[in-house]
Design a binder for this molecule. Structure first.
Ligand code: KE4
Length: 431
């Protein structure tokens, strides 16, 4: 069938052998409806689906592709690495080089452990915090996602500062009974939680710029209070910078906020698109990890020689002078253009960005917490998503996800995106 939609054909085939046809749920377009696009290849700011349709890519693999797809220096580094071997299960000099590069850019870290995914990094940081403090309780915030480790798949309990309940089947309540889920940016609730449980709290884990409820900033007062209360009660402040690390700036959200966490979780950009993540902090804490200390953590492909080559080449490019200034300017041009297009068409809209990360909301305010984000009109977002997709602009297929601009996005791509958005805003019924 010459005109058959190849994405439909592939999706049907995929669903026969892979649950939901995808290897990560958000890719299935469940939130927005329709058929996911099966990507055949990518280059620079673009990728092409199974019908050979080109899209301007604003997910960039959910953050890693900050240089754009197929950066020559990164491709060359990976090609050289694979010729030397894919994986050894033994230490390599390149792991030292990457660790040294990360520590040079993240002053709050004195040591770092490389792993293969953000979930693994966050899970390991959590275990380390509990091991280092000898405490069980942890605090997380509604709307923040830290990967799918059992203790972190938790929704808020009923009432203030009560312990959470599993968000997923298969997670026994015993595992989540020590996880407190609080409202993001709610200082009063934070203070109450510490007043009630402070000396039993191992860590507070937070996305200081939350990209899993689209784009919500911790207010400076809230972030400072998290730091103060952790210090006061001997709990560890853990910044989950899997998404914001090297994305919102060379020194991440901790650099933007000027807050020093005790542990930092990294991922995405540091792997440049290959499976690589990390967690790190002060030597005294990190030396609690096996083989030195009592906190066990391990991984067959941790520090993989091909992934570390990809990560190192990526960090080298983003460390060049002016990289983030140019990226932030481009992203801000996009956000300002989208706001102007929505205003011109009478659509409630607001947006924000930091570095190469952005988010927008179909409302006039910038939400401060998850509950507000979720008041978004789903149908309207879905109409915007598909309107843009039809016009060759690929944004995140869920209203609670952030967007990402790469160094490869050109002015013409930003202009085309704004024009596409204006056309779609014109078709959506305004209030
Ligand atoms: P991974 O295990 O997916 O590498 O990382 C988990 C993770 C941890 N912390 C933060 C702040 C994250 O954003 C993530 C993963 N982000 C999602 C996008 N919201 C990845 C996309 C997906 O799940 O397919």
């Amino acid at each position: 069938m010459p005109n058959a939609d190849q994405n439909d054909i592939l999706f049907e085939r995929a669903r026969a052998v892979i649950p939901g046809g995808v290897n990560s749920p958000v890719r299935a377009f469940k939130a927005v409806g329709g058929t996911p696009r099966f990507i055949r290849r990518a280059e620079g700011a673009y990728f092409w689906d199974a019908n050979d349709k080109r899209y301007i890519d604003y997910i960039g693999s959910w953050g890693p592709m900050i240089l754009g797809h197929g950066h020559p220096a990164v491709v060359e580094a990976v090609q050289k690495a694979v010729r030397e071997g894919f994986s050894y299960g033994a230490p390599t000099e390149r792991e030292i080089e990457l660790a040294e590069a990360i520590l040079a850019l993240v002053p709050s870290m004195e040591m770092v452990r490389l792993v293969s995914s953000g979930t693994e990094a966050a899970m390991s940081a959590l275990r380390l915090a509990r091991g280092a403090t000898g405490r069980k309780h942890i605090i997380k915030f509604e709307g923040c996602y830290h990967g799918h480790a059992d203790a972190l798949l938790v929704k808020a309990g009923s009432g203030l500062a009560t312990f959470g309940h599993p968000t997923s089947a298969g997670v026994p309540p015993e595992v989540t009974q020590h996880t407190l889920v609080l409202e993001y940016n709610n200082i009063a609730q934070l203070e109450e939680a510490f007043a009630l449980h402070g000396n039993d709290i191992a860590c507070l884990m937070i996305e200081a710029i939350a990209g899993n409820m689209n784009f919500v900033r911790a207010t400076p007062a809230f972030a400072a209070r998290c730091r103060e209360l952790c210090t006061q009660h001997g709990a560890l402040l853990v910044f989950d910078e899997v998404m914001t690390g090297f994305r919102v700036g060379l020194h991440g959200a901790q650099g933007v906020l000027g807050i020093t966490p005790d542990l930092t979780v990294l991922g995405k950009v540091i792997g440049g698109g290959m499976p690589l993540a990390a967690f790190g902090g002060p030597r005294a804490i990190m030396e609690q990890l096996a083989p030195l200390g009592p906190v066990y953590q391990a991984g067959t492909l941790s520090g993989n020689p091909v992934a570390t080559a990809c990560g190192l080449a990526t960090l080298k490019e983003i460390s060049k002078p002016g990289f983030y200034e140019a990226l932030a300017k481009k992203t801000r041009t996009l956000v300002d253009g989208l706001k102007a297009a929505a205003a011109a068409e009478g659509q409630p809209f607001n947006a924000d960005s930091e570095g190469g990360m952005f988010g927008f909301f179909l409302m006039d305010e910038l939400p401060q917490n998850y509950a507000t984000v979720m008041t978004t009109d789903n149908a309207k977002f879905n109409a915007l998503f598909h309107g843009l997709l039809d016009r060759g602009v690929y944004i995140a297929p869920a209203l609670y996800e952030a967007g990402f601009v790469s160094a490869a996005h050109g002015e013409e791509d930003i202009a085309a995106t704004i024009e596409a958005a204006r056309q779609v805003f014109r078709t959506i019924p305004s209030p």
